[in-house]
Write a protein that binds this ligand. Structure first.
Ligand code: AP5
Length: 322
């Protein structure tokens, strides 16, 4: 474009010089003047032409560079696709279980593991809550049991997971959060995976004494759409205001990113927590003994600040991690 402007400018100059020459051709003086003018403009015209040539070649080299870059990018993308295809075909899937009682931090650290490893976090709790909101058949069956802190039937959750893990985003693996919760679910999971020669590759157990869980669960507020989790004491939203007794004012609980209202889960009550913890110790903890002989269970002290927990989770995720 610069080159076009330069061309148009120099040709306009040449034309205007030529027309003055014609008009004043009868007069030698005028001719001389024109000649002088032409001489005056000659270096400018030459410079313009040369500049234009320079700009032309500059433009050409930019275009060549762009083509080269595009080819290079295309080549890199193709290489990445090839590598992805190779992993999807020859490497086993990374199948991880995020394990721990209600309030241990599965929902807090799961999304970070998801970002780190690029595999999705599959939370049966979230899937069931979505079914309840949508008032689907599964949701209608699950709603009351969930609100009371009981366990939804094995048949329902196994069906949900069976379908979910065949989706394309699970091709390199997935992080199970809240599944399996009973020995039957663990055995069914192993069976599903064995159909493709796969198995659970890591169980990260978040250990927290029951005593600290009530405060965590009853202080939790959630942004429903995104699943972002807050805590009145440990991770308060920026908007939080408290009343005279130090309790949060519900209307002030807003999501930091969208400003939308936060909510509390219907099962996040002290009464429902008792039932959830009974279920955890009675039916879920035995799953650890099921996987221990495979050498895949790693323990994390989740009774410390969130950064400390995350550091231990990172160690646990490493090959051969504690
Ligand atoms: P689900 O949604 O799976 O609930 P859960 O297992 O009880 O776990 P939570 O989501 O309550 O706890 P979390 O560990 O994710 O805690 P978070 O990180 O948010 O299940 C709900 C229900 O669905 C079940 O009761 C059941 O009915 C049904 N269900 C689901 N799966 C099922 C299955 N497989 N079979 C049958 N039924 C099934 O942390 C909690 C709070 O603590 C947050 O506010 C957080 O900010 C705070 N916090 C986290 N870490 C720390 C820390 N280190 N220090 C201080 N505060 C912290």
């Amino acid at each position: 474009m610069l080159c076009n402007i330069a061309l148009r400018t120099s040709s306009r100059r040449i034309l205007s010089t030529a027309s003055s020459h014609t008009k004043r051709a009868a007069s030698t003086r005028a001719f001389k003047q024109t000649e002088q003018e032409t001489r005056k403009y000659l270096p400018l015209m030459a410079a313009s032409a040369m500049g234009c040539f320079g700009l032309l070649s500059l433009q050409r080299s930019v275009e060549e560079e762009e083509t080269k870059n595009a080819q290079c990018l295309f080549g890199a993308e193709k290489k990445a696709d090839d590598v992805e295809q190779k992993f999807a075909t020859y490497w086993p899937r990374n199948i991880m279980i995020l394990f721990g009682p209600p309030g241990a931090g599965k929902g807090t650290h799961g999304p970070k593991i998801e970002d780190l490893l690029g595999i999705p976090q599959l939370s049966t709790g979230d899937m069931l809550r979505a079914a309840v909101s949508a008032k689907s058949e599964v949701g209608l069956k699950a709603a009351a049991v969930m609100k009371a802190g009981g366990l939804v039937s094995d048949e329902i959750v196994i069906g949900i997971i069976r379908d979910r893990i065949t989706e394309p985003d699970c091709k390199f693996g997935f992080i199970l959060d809240g599944f399996p919760r009973t020995l039957v679910q663990a055995q069914e999971l192993d069976k599903m995976l064995s159909e493709e020669g796969a198995c659970v590759t890591k169980v990260v157990e978040l250990q927290v004494p029951d005593g600290v869980l009530e405060e965590r669960i009853c202080g939790r507020w959630i942004h429903k759409k995104s699943g972002r989790s807050y805590h009145v004491k440990y991770a308060p939203p920026k908007s939080m205001k408290t009343d005279g007794s130090g309790a949060p004012v519900p209307e002030s609980m807003k999501d930091d990113e969208t400003g939308e209202a936060l909510m509390q889960r219907p099962d996040d009550t002290a009464a429902a927590l008792v039932k959830r913890l009974n279920g955890y110790h009675g039916e879920t903890v035995p799953i650890l003994d099921h996987y221990k002989p495979n050498g895949v269970v790693s323990k994390v002290n989740a009774n410390q600040g969130m950064d400390g927990v995350w550091g231990e989770v990172l160690d646990a995720l490493k090959r051969g991690g504690n």
